[in-house]
Design a protein around this ligand. Sequence first.
Ligand code: PEP
Length: 265
Amino acid sequence: MKKIHLYGNWKMNLTRGETEAFFRDFAAQFSSPSPLAGAMGKTLEVAVFPPFTSLSAAESAIRSMNKDVAPILGAQNAYFEAKGAFTGEVSLPMLKDAGCTHVILGHSERRAIFGESDDLIARKVKAALDAALTPVFCYGETLGERESGKTLDVVSRQMHAALSGLSAGEMEKIVYAYEPVWAIGTGKSATSAEAEEVCALSKKLVQERAGRSFPVVVLYGGSVKPDNARELLSMDAIDGALVGGASLKADSFLQIYKQYSESKI
Ligand code: PEP
């Protein structure tokens, strides 16, 4: 069975107290005879991305957990400068200091609501790699772009922009997350065939640009939940899911993996 990367983007949700409760429920899900027991690190990699104010609560909960069930900790955004007069921003070294190893960059909500450009996102991706953090680079088309047949052009543009100036070794360290904008938070997921087409193209594009082949990790994101997980995660080019709404409760979040793994027994 392939390894599933299950990443939870909490967005602007969960206070410190709610974060502590999440991790209590999360750890309880792993006690045997759960299908999750023994999966972490082997067929499952989990990462959670709390808001900045809950990172320390998450970090201490993770530190006190058994290493065999502990998830990866990441943040939802960062600025590319290391420090200075950038009111309201958080830097990559600060995230490292807070216990993060991963950072989501280029999320469509950052692009659409906060006006982040391809160029700004590229600078952030490079800065994350320089700071030895794993960028979870998000890209995807809007509904209008899909309906006018521009999906592959838009995805290529966003990916080429993020990869420009990176070495093959750097490209290999990125986790890629294809997230069609029209599927995020709408309850309307892409079909498995739609998601597979773009995830497969993403792998090809990274390898062509890198000039060599290596395993490219590509997640699908957009209304992934327990009842569509099996089909999406069974697709060849999909290595996991970036999950928003369904990641806020440990039970529904981990159900996504359980639904997939039970179908493979
Ligand atoms: C996301 O925010 O990255 C996401 C995919 O959200 P949702 O699962 O709620 O669509």
